[in-house]
Ligand binder design. Sequence first.
Ligand SMILES: NC(=O)c1ccc[n+]([C@@H]2O[C@H](COP(=O)([O-])OP(=O)(O)OC[C@H]3O[C@@H](n4cnc5c(N)ncnc54)[C@H](OP(=O)(O)O)[C@@H]3O)[C@@H](O)[C@H]2O)c1
Length: 319
Amino acid sequence: MENALNRAEGVKKPQERRSLGSTGILVTPLCYGCASAFARDLISDDKAYALFKAAYDLGIRFFDTSVHYGKAEDRIGASLKKYNIDRNEIVISTKAGKKLVNGKWVQDINPARIKENVDMSLKRMNIEYIDVLYLHEPTVKDLTEDVFLCFDELKKAGKIRACGANTFSDDVIDHIIQTKCLDVVMLDYNIVKQNREPQIKALYEKGIGVVAGQALAESCFLWDLYQIHGKKDLWYLARTFGRKASRELYFRSRKFRFMNRLENLDGSQAALKYVLDNPYVAGASVGTVSFEHLQKNVDALNIRIPDDVRDRIKKAGKQ
Ligand SMILES: NC(=O)c1ccc[n+]([C@@H]2O[C@H](COP(=O)([O-])OP(=O)(O)OC[C@H]3O[C@@H](n4cnc5c(N)ncnc54)[C@H](OP(=O)(O)O)[C@@H]3O)[C@@H](O)[C@H]2O)c1
């Protein structure tokens, strides 16, 4: 707890490391999220490799992907090779519990599928082990003894170091808090989803590592969402209105439009720093395929949110 509170006094540089619960794994607070545009043909392979390297050069040592994130794992593997990056120097999380049916990934959480997904991820990234393996969006019913046994076997085989769930479900998060059945949880936490804070604290106090996914709320509250310069911007906009969960996030984010008009403060940086300032969060996963945004996100580690702005963020979160 003491470490956590010290952290809250301010992040000095991206190379800072935070403990991922009781796993013994140390992560940089900023995680480069390899979902979304990074995983798709919206950008070229070469741009993906350059983004990965830029994130690494800026001090990020935490990367998140999934077996079902399009080209992401292949691109991570190719980047590691191209730039001769020492795999042991970075933390890689990926997700399992998916099968391909007619070219579409669908839920399939069982030990055999998890093991198959893990082998596929290891092969694509050309790595020997995965630091954190999440189940992708399990239900409470998916969290069975057989699945935990499978995680133990994968740990013993040296294929994974820690197990977790990527979940945005209240019930699943509460179940994990009560049973302490997993090491790490990646959940939806951003300025719009402040209602997650009691669960985040409870997870932390149980020694479970917490990673904030969707840490910029899919940029729903930013005017940038409407700045269409190319295919990927159109894709982001279509996602916002095409997915039920993203639409809900968008409607909730309307109270945060003031973040676009802050005095001497960039709204995206303030929003990200709000997440990073939570002493119970180990890492914040943000997706970007813009070098400029990547730099801004790293710089956000060093900003201080003025008290009046923090109060406004808090107030909007309670409305
Ligand atoms: N979204 C989900 O449903 C979901 C589900 C499971 C896990 N996750 C985890 O969370 C990670 C991030 O999720 P995400 O990419 O969907 O959403 P996000 O990180 O909350 O938001 C990404 C959006 O923010 C923009 N952005 C990034 N930095 C910016 C900046 N400094 N200024 C303005 N705009 C900025 C990006 O556009 P540019 O590319 O133009 O910068 C993109 O439109 C994933 O990679 C994954 O690790 C997310």
